[in-house]
Design a protein around this ligand. Structure first.
Ligand code: C2O
Ligand code: CU
Length: 470
């Protein structure tokens, strides 16, 4: 691919405002507020096009990427709960694309899945998305066409739906983590896109981790500042294991849904590809103390470093205000009358050492014995019925299973009901050999995908769909 910067055309049109997230200039933090005070019909324009990005810092050669409005991650779109989002996708790529709004309990027609909910947007075409997210929280958006390529090349952005009454913090910061596979010269590794090996193993694992589009993300804060970090894993395959040093923190939300009560941050905090976590961090009181967010999934790698900043206006004592969010609006499943569904995963390589050529082409994963999308849905639920999906992982690999249009709870593991855990998920990591049953009220009519969010797995057969009758 070439890299044609967006210089020739305006990246964002209509109503918008650029704001810097946090107290310092932070890379990749363009912020898009589609509706400004007084504007009655704001529409955000989101242009997908090739661009370049200084992923490894300004002093190293930049990388040819695909980007929304010229940056990867794309703009942070912020709206308030109850507001309508109106966004026009403009496709300046050489291939079709769409936008899927990940984690939103959305109107099905706006879900962005080619062939299931809309026609793909051809090069130079556009599509208007318009919906009102029911839930406040941290969500993201990305293409649903050739995701293993388009997301891997940098097409993703964040959608924040602000609570009506958010907890009081000094800074509300989005941290978008992505795992890139780059050549030694910093170029995007195009030749390995969709490789047979990645498809049959752990997916496209990278070698450069960026936060908000750069390595070495740093921001400075005053002592005792309270931060809300919205951490999003946009990686194509990597499961992050987060650790936090230098401060204690509380988790207040997972996958854009509030926990019923805040939980102490316990390392490692696991974020599969697609998962989010909102955490509250109180900066230390000692001047000079530094806070580090690291990924310990492999060699320990620094994701973000929060440095102290001398400031006479600093807080004398930490904020002593509640951080709990309002309860989730997602209805609880009714297990007395549920629709039981089996989802058995098979296929893939049997282990790291299996390099047999049997999977060199074509699908390598199956759901209930079938690779890829089928004419008929995996199941069809009457609207309002609880669906309980028993996910059986008969492969040697972990999979992050994502359900569209609904959030779900884990109700049983290995066939046994689990202690009540009302954590809500839209993407659940299922370990090799594990059996886990999830349940949700199928209350959102339409056709919804289920797929592995390890995008090479999705491309290689791990996708299916279900229907909620209207
Ligand atoms: Cu985040 Cu079907 O995708
Ligand atoms: Cu998978």
């Amino acid at each position: 691919m070439g890299s044609s910067p967006l210089s020739a055309r305006p990246a964002i049109r209509l109503t918008r405002r650029m704001v810097i997230a946090g107290p310092l200039a932070v890379a990749g933090s363009a912020l898009l507020r589609p509706r400004l005070a007084g504007a009655s019909s704001g529409t955000a324009e989101i242009v997908a096009a090739p661009a370049t990005a200084a992923l490894r810092g300004a002093d190293k050669p930049s990388t040819g990427v695909w980007a929304y409005n010229g940056t990867t991650p794309g703009p942070v779109i912020r709206i308030r709960q109850g507001e309508e989002l109106s966004a026009r996708l403009v496709n300046r790529l050489a291939q079709p694309t769409t936008i899927h709004w990940h984690g939103i309990r959305i109107d099905n027609r706006m879900d962005g899945v080619p062939h299931l909910t809309q026609h793909s947007v051809d090069p130079d075409g556009s599509f208007d998305y318009r919906f009102t997210p029911p839930d406040a929280g941290t969500f993201w958006y990305h293409p649903h066409e050739r995701s293993y390529e388009q997301v891997a090349r940098g097409l993703f952005g964040i959608l924040v739906v602000e609570e009506k009454d958010p907890p009081v913090v000094d800074h509300d910061i989005v941290l978008v983590v992505n795992d890139w596979r780059l050549g030694s010269d910093g170029s995007f590794s195009e030749a390995t896109l969709g490789s047979a090996h990645d498809r049959a193993h752990a997916g496209r694992l990278g070698n450069v981790l960026t936060t908000n589009g750069t390595t070495g993300y740093t921001a400075a804060f005053r002592v005792n500042d309270r931060l809300r970090l919205r951490i999003v894993n946009c990686s194509s395959a990597r499961t992050l294991q987060l650790a936090l040093e230098g401060a204690s923190a509380r988790v207040i939300a997972r996958d854009g849904q509030p926990l019923s009560s805040p939980a102490a941050f316990a390392a490692p905090l696991v974020l599969a590809a697609g998962n989010r976590a909102d955490i509250i961090v109180d900066m230390p009181a000692e001047p000079g103390a530094r806070v580090a967010l690291t990924d310990v999934s492999g060699d320990r790698r620094l994701l973000a470093s929060f440095e102290p900043r001398a400031d006479a206006s600093a807080r004398k004592t930490p904020l002593d205000l509640p951080v709990a969010l309002a309860q989730s609006l997602v209805p609880a499943p009714d297990m007395r009358d549920h629709l039981p569904v089996d989802l058995v995963m098979t296929g893939g390589a049997k282990g790291e050492m299996d390099h047999s050529p049997a999977y060199a082409s074509g699908p390598v994963w199956q759901l209930n014995g079938v690779a890829g999308m089928t004419e008929t849905p995996l199941f069809s639920a009457p609207r309002g019925r609880t669906a309980a999906v028993r996910i059986v992982n008969r492969t040697a690999w972990a999979h992050g299973m994502h359900f569209h249009g609904h959030h779900f709870r884990v109700v049983a593991r290995e066939g046994s009901p689990v202690p009540v855990d009302d954590t809500l998920w839209d993407t659940l990591l299922v370990a090799p050999g594990e059996t886990v049953t999830i349940a949700f009220v199928a209350d959102n009519p339409g056709r919804w995908m289920i797929h592995c969010h390890m995008l090479d797995h999705q491309a290689a057969g791990m996708d299916t769909w279900f229907e909620v009758q209207s």
